[in-house]
Design a protein around this ligand. Structure first.
Ligand SMILES: Cc1cc2nc3c(=O)[nH]c(=O)nc-3n(C[C@H](O)[C@H](O)[C@H](O)COP(=O)(O)O)c2cc1C
Length: 132
């Protein structure tokens, strides 16, 4: 794969780079994966409407989530045990979310303390964390 361009590409890259025993845990959804299928189906129904000759010099993906400004309508959902995926665990996720100006919803089941995660995320460019 040259350059990942969509969620499926990233899924493929993750599957190729994560220990299969660990990947078994992360690749699934909860229960019978009803919500996972519903979410995938919902995103599949979105369509981009092509518009020609429109002024795009001042566009933004920035919005707010529960009053908190974010750079884009994309957040990191809470999921457990990031340390199984990377040495820095949730610290790396917090740094990434913060650098991109979005929110990282921290699981209660983490491989770093919440204080460490909060410190790693810092104020960033508007990114911060919530707990689930
Ligand atoms: C591997 C895995 C671990 C998860 N761990 C947590 C968790 O620790 N805390 C939590 O609140 N949700 C956890 N979730 C649920 C996700 O945050 C999310 O709610 C779920 O994937 C469905 O996404 P949705 O919010 O778009 O419906 C986990 C999901 C997965 C797939």
């Amino acid at each position: 794969m040259s350059e990942p361009v969509n969620a499926s590409d990233y899924l493929e890259l993750a599957a190729a780079n994560v220990d299969p025993a660990v990947w078994c845990y992360f690749e699934g959804g909860a229960g019978d994966e009803v919500t996972l299928r519903a979410n995938t189906g919902a995103y599949g129904r979105w369509r981009f409407r092509p518009r020609m000759l429109v002024d795009v010099s001042e566009i933004t993906t920035a919005t707010t989530v529960l009053g908190t400004p974010v750079s884009m309508p994309l957040l990191v959902a809470p999921f457990a045990m990031h340390g199984l995926l990377a040495a820095d665990g949730e610290l790396a996720t917090a740094r990434a979310a913060s650098a991109l100006g979005t929110l990282f919803c921290v699981s209660t089941i983490t491989t770093r303390t919440h204080a460490e995660i909060a410190a790693a995320g810092g104020a960033g460019r508007g990114g911060s964390s919530c707990t689930s």
